[in-house]
Structure formats: C-alpha cells, structure tokens
Ligand binder design. Structure first.
Ligand code: PEP
Ligand code: MN
Length: 346
C-alpha cells in the first residue's frame, strides 16, 4: 500500500500516519519525490484498510500496490532513483563506467591498473578481494590483504571502490572500504546476506543470478530496500541458456523491461555476459544503446597473467578504444560519460 501526502504536509500529520502503520505491525518507508510525499508500507498489509488512512489529515490518496515487489516498483516511486556520489551519480543521465580487474592479485597489480584507469578519468574501480569461484581449487582472492590494498588505492587515487561481499561475516570489513558493495550473481538469493546489506548505508550493486528471472532479481532487491537501504543498483551480467557459444547469454532485453517496472538504476556487465574479450565492446555499445545507466568492465594490464577471468578482460589499450566507441553511442542516447573530462588519446 502507498499513502500519498502533500509535499508540505505538517510533520505531525506524517508522523501520525507512520505511527498508525507501525501499530498495525507494518513498516513505513518515506519515499522522496518531487510532487508528493509518499509513504510506502511493507508487511502484513491485510491488516490495513484504505479508508482508515483516507480519513487522516493531509492524506491525499491511498493506493494498493498490485505487484509482488513493492518498494522497488514504479507504482511506489514513479521517479528514477539517482544515487549521488559527490562527483558522480548513478541512475540519471550520466553513463557510469566501472572498470578494473576481476580480482585484486597483488599490490603492484592493483596500483598499476588503478593508476592507468585513473589517468583515463575512471571514477569507479572494481576488483574482488573475496572471490566466489565455481571451483574450490581456483584463486579465492587475497581476502583481508586485498581489502587493505583497495583501501590504499582509494587513498592514493581517490577512486570509488566497488568490491564484492561474499558473506555476512566479511561484510563489515568490505563495507568499510567499499563505496559500492557488490552482491555477486551466485549470492543474488542469499537472503540473509541481502537483509544484512539492507541494514548498511553503502549503495549496493546487485548482480542478476545465473538463472534468475526479472521478477526474482526485483524481489531480491526488495529484500534490501525492505531493510531501509534504498540505494540499490541492478546489474545484468548474463544468464545460463542452451547457447554455449559465449560464456553466458547477455540478456539486454531486461534493461528496458526493468526500466519500465522499477525506478532503480540498471547497469550491464558485458565482461561476464559474454566471457570473451573481443565480444565485450560490441555488447557494451549495445547495452548503452538500449538504455543502461552504466557499464561494468573487467580490465587488466596483463590479461594473459590474470588469476581470474583473464580471457574476458580488456587490456588498457582495448579499454580506451571501448570508451571511444561508447562515447559515440552515449551522445546518441543523450547520456553524459561520467569519467573526468576525457583524457582518452584520440
Ligand atoms: C565478478 O564481478 O567478478 C563476478 C564474480 O561476477 P558474477 O557474480 O556476476 O559472476
Ligand atoms: Mn570476474
């Protein structure tokens, strides 16, 4: 259920509405909007009637939400969510580029790559310290050391760090350094982890599960919002299909569909989506063309030596050329590139 009140509704009227919601064992969520003050309600809404709210001071409208997802849906919040990072934002008309290696492998490696990306003006550095790998014998990440190097790189270059929280135990450590906490595809339905990241302040990048439908992805995001963290970025990263010519099948259909159903930003990770480096740029261009709010791209200074996902990683040189191609598409779809005034060599 959604209660709409005038933007200038006196605070005491708003509080009374919220108290009533709580008294019915439900949770109120104040949703910022430019036209109305909206209070979303989650919980056992069978306890509530439209009439009891309609009679309250300053309440203009009461709407029942028909979709199974509530807080993430456009019914609850028609306006796009834009997440502010000071010198960047995600979800508006900026096109966000998140780039970096799959994993932090050593101090030298992360400094070399971050330095090169920083030179290009990239503001968001991705790199995993805790890696969820299909095989227990594959490189599992540098763990605490990796987080330490990310903290150092952040201090050195001032880049914003995007890194994965693999479980609830290591989440507090990750949350200290991460500007965006990544929840990986394999954890998209780890509901206890989703609830925990719902309780922290960091924006969350939620990757689509390997076999998750659009509704599953939105319901997982709902777990996070329902705990009070409204800053969630969705990420399409390819799904499993019968097709094996690429690592996964990048489902770009989901971009316009999500934008219709949800106000949350959606970005695309073509690196995991295709799994082969020379297919990354064309699919990144397609992602921008179909309206994605950003891209997450795996970049490595020496992909052939990478400890994870080298085969899908772009060299710095190829990444520069991706940026040049993306810039052309971005201007067609009226998006501004959000990396610092282009340093790309033309
Ligand atoms: C990653 O971003 O390196 C990663 C492990 O992604 P995913 O969870 O999408 O497989
Ligand atoms: Mn990877």
């Amino acid at each position: 259920m959604l209660i709409l009140m005038g933007l200038n509704a006196p605070r005491k009227d708003v509080e009374k509405v919220k108290e009533k919601i709580v008294s019915k064992q439900c949770t109120p969520h104040e949703i910022p909007g430019s036209l109305k003050l909206a209070i979303g309600i989650t919980g056992p809404s069978g306890n509530l009637t439209i009439e009891e709210f309609l009679g309250m001071d300053s309440v203009d409208e009461v709407i029942r939400i028909s979709k199974p997802y509530k807080l993430v849906g456009r019914e609850m919040k028609p306006e796009d969510t834009v997440i502010d990072f000071g010198n960047a934002s995600i979800g508006g008309d900026e096109l966000t580029i998140i780039a970096g290696p799959c994993s932090v492998e050593s101090k030298d490696q992360i400094f070399e790559i971050a330095g090169a990306l920083n030179e290009l003006g990239i503001k968001f550095l991705r790199a995993g310290a805790y890696k969820p790998r299909s095989s227990p014998y594959s490189f599992q990440g540098l763990k605490e050391k990796g987080v330490e190097y990310l903290a150092e790189v952040k201090k050195e270059f001032g880049m914003k760090i995007v890194t994965e929280a693999k479980d609830t135990q290591t989440l507090p450590l990750i949350a200290e350094v991460a500007d965006i906490v990544q929840i990986g595809a394999r954890n998209m339905q780890n509901f206890s982890l989703l609830e925990e990241v719902g309780k922290i302040k960091n924006p969350i990048l939620l990757k689509r599960g390997l076999a998750a439908k659009m509704e599953d992805l939105l319901m997982s995001a709902e777990y996070i919002l329902s705990q009070g963290n409204y800053n969630v970025i969705l990420c399409e990263r390819g799904i499993r299909t019968f097709e094996t010519h690429t690592r996964n099948t990048l489902d770009l259909n989901i971009v316009p569909v999500i934008k219709k159903h949800s106000h949350l930003p959606i970005i695309v990770d073509p690196s995991h989506g295709v799994g082969i480096w020379d297919k990354v740029t064309p699919m990144a261009m397609a992602a921008v063309a179909c309206g994605a709010h950003g891209l997450m791209i795996e970049v490595h200074s020496h992909p052939e030596k990478a400890l994870s996902d080298g085969y899908q990683s772009l060299t710095i040189k190829n990444f520069k050329s991706l940026l040049e191609n993306i810039e052309k598409i971005a201007s067609v779809v009226n998006k501004r590139m959000n990396y610092a005034e282009l340093h790309v060599d033309k």
